[in-house]
Design a protein around this ligand. Structure first.
Ligand SMILES: [Zn+2]
Length: 240
């Protein structure tokens, strides 16, 4: 069996801190994403409302996610196919989440998420479909001012065994890496967007269980956001 017919493990580097897992979501949701929700809940309980909101928004990502593509050495026709795959993958996640998150295509200098393409992507000596490094965090300036931050770099391969990596496989790789940006963890299941990429049978959309896990995470963050708004609203002197 040639390599082209074998699944490629999409090994991804985790940019955020690895924190203890303690949840039924542990196989589907990044522990660091779950930790942001716990921090949001803790900060809210302690009255640190701006911090609570910022932690919740590392999950909800209410601002447009600024994203850019570097097609690398691809010729113009191939570059257009890569761009098409990336836009399609981002749109898939937008639709899956009811447009609660939106990607805004921009230039690399102002992007939070950078997608680069290269003939080969390797990690630890192994050929992989893609890899990503990402970080989400909060900035706390004090005086009731806090905000969230997001950054990610995604690498996607364009060739395998001297042949073009199929566009649907490139698209799944992008779905997978953007899934990490949104908070999902790797899955061992072939047929899951967050599972290994099989170039001969790429996956075109998240499985119901993957979507449910992500929606549950977002619901938990949204509850903190709503409670934070109520808390701000009920403060003495708040404008009603
Ligand atoms: Zn991964």
């Amino acid at each position: 069996m040639g390599l082209a017919t074998r699944p490629l493990l999409c090994l991804c580097l985790l940019g955020a801190l690895t924190l203890p897992a303690a949840s039924e979501w542990r196989t589907k949701i990044q522990r660091s994403a779950l930790e942001h929700v716990k921090s949001a809940q803790r900060d809210l309980a302690e009255g640190l409302v701006p911090r609570a909101l910022a932690h919740a928004r590392t999950i909800l990502l209410p601002r447009d996610i600024r994203i850019a593509i570097d097609a690398g050495p691809a010729d113009p026709i191939a570059a257009e196919a890569l761009r098409r795959a990336a836009i399609s993958a981002a749109d898939q996640w937008e639709r899956a989440l009811g447009r609660e998150v939106r990607f805004f295509w921009t230039d690399p200098s102002s992007a939070e998420v950078r997608v680069t393409f290269a003939p080969s992507v390797r990690l630890g000596g192994a050929e992989v479909a893609g890899k990503a490094v990402w970080r989400r965090g909060i900035l706390d300036w004090g005086h009731g001012q806090a905000d969230y931050t997001l950054s990610a770099t995604i690498h996607v391969r364009t060739e395998l065994d001297g042949r073009a990596f199929p566009e649907p496989a490139i698209r799944q790789t992008l779905l997978h890496e953007l899934g990490h940006v949104l908070g999902l963890d790797d899955s061992p299941v072939l047929g899951h967007v967050m599972g290994p990429v099989d170039p001969s049978r790429p996956v075109s959309e998240p499985a119901l269980s993957e979507l449910e896990s992500l929606l549950a995470l977002r619901d938990a963050a949204r509850q903190v956001e709503a409670a934070s708004f109520l808390s701000l609203h009920d403060r003495p002197g708040a404008v009603r």
